[in-house]
Design a protein around this ligand. Sequence first.
Ligand code: AMP
Length: 195
Amino acid sequence: MPDPNFSLCVYCGSKPGDEPAFTESAVQVGQWIAQHGGQLVYGGGRNGLMGVVADATLAAGGRVVGVIPRALVEKEWAHNGCTELHVVENMHERKSMMAERADAFLALPGGIGTFEEFFEVWTWRQLGYHNKPIGLLNLNGYYDPLLTFLNSVVKQRFMDTWQMDLIQSDSDAHQLLPRLIQAAGMPTPFLSQAI
Ligand code: AMP
């Protein structure tokens, strides 16, 4: 398999959520990565939206890098079909390896694990630890309450608008994905291929 054009780190629920649109969109994200010669970097699980994105990437012929702590493997939550599966000692190692391997980050709907990962790479970016694009896929308004809250944080002056500008949100994966990859400095010609 040739070297990937880019590596996208996807954070998302270890549960599927209650709307078929979440699963459909997770499939679209996985297919888009593979169709554009990219590589998925993710938490290495087979449950929920995580498993859906990984399966869709693999089924479309893409590479999948999973990074999972040993304790979760022992609970049999690892996805054994990953192109590379890295078993690490703890969550800190997992998150730093995922971040190092990524050119850009994308959060889909999820729970507190997803939020924690998204906020961590956002805070790292505001501190200048990395300069990689960060996307929030706001499917069916899932993240509207969070975005409303974050805008109120700006109004109440615990955050500046430049910090908000470090994240990109969109309700449509096909709009957001090319923006993220272009912002990561990847060459654009392959993005003009049909999706
Ligand atoms: P959550 O959003 O709370 O479902 O957590 C999902 C995120 O946390 C994923 O992006 C994973 O990195 C991590 N995570 C939580 N639960 C699991 C699990 N059962 N298997 C693998 N990773 C998980």
